[in-house]
Design a protein around this ligand. Structure first.
Ligand code: ZN
Length: 185
């Protein structure tokens, strides 16, 4: 099966699959996994690539752990206070969800659920421009907070900014995956 993400990648990031030209090579998940394995991608990028472009969900466990370690590493360096200093397990779970939120942003690309990424909202006879940005809609801060099981105010005041900061690194890993695939497929 050809992974739609790879097709989109080869069509220069278009998410409207109708626009994919007919001459695109028929790639399998194995081709993509093989290409990712060539050269030396950082482990996080390699796993992210397998998850997103080869739809290999078995890597999620390790990727969760590595991204969580990355986040905690940033926290240690920047002297964050754990959300629940007396409840280590709860704090660790928070960082795990925090990391998973980062992974989800890359894998789902914040595709708007109202219009399925088309940018056009249609419901029975009503057709209008969707109130997202070109088919993309990031999770609200409230939903992010809920996902991480932390109160909304703490997320807004402290964690959202840290999250945005950490997100840059996962975008760097993702960019290296794209660069790698374009060069090895
Ligand atoms: Zn939309």
């Amino acid at each position: 099966m050809v992974n739609a993400n790879v097709m989109a990648l080869l069509a220069h990031g278009s998410i409207n699959y109708e626009g994919v030209p007919g001459g695109t090579p028929q790639l399998t998940a194995e081709d993509v996994a093989g290409a990712l394995g060539m050269g030396s991608l950082p482990r996080e990028a390699y796993l992210l690539g397998l998850l997103k472009y080869a739809e290999d969900k078995t890597v999620l466990h390790e990727l969760d752990r590595l991204v969580q370690e990355y986040v905690i590493g940033v926290g240690v360096k920047e002297g964050w206070r754990e959300p629940w200093p007396k409840e280590k397990k709860r704090s660790l779970m928070f960082f795990k969800q925090f990391a998973r939120l980062m992974i989800n942003e890359i894998v789902d690309e914040n595709i708007c659920k109202s219009c399925n990424g088309t940018g056009i909202f249609s419901h029975s006879k009503l057709i209008r421009k969707c109130n997202c940005t070109n088919g993309k809609k990031a999770l609200s801060k409230l939903k992010q907070a809920k996902f991480c099981n932390i109160n909304h105010q703490a997320w807004n005041e402290r964690w959202y900014e840290r999250y945005s900061h950490c997100l840059k690194q996962i975008h760097v890993w993702h960019a290296s995956v794209i660069f790698h695939l374009i060069n090895h497929i």
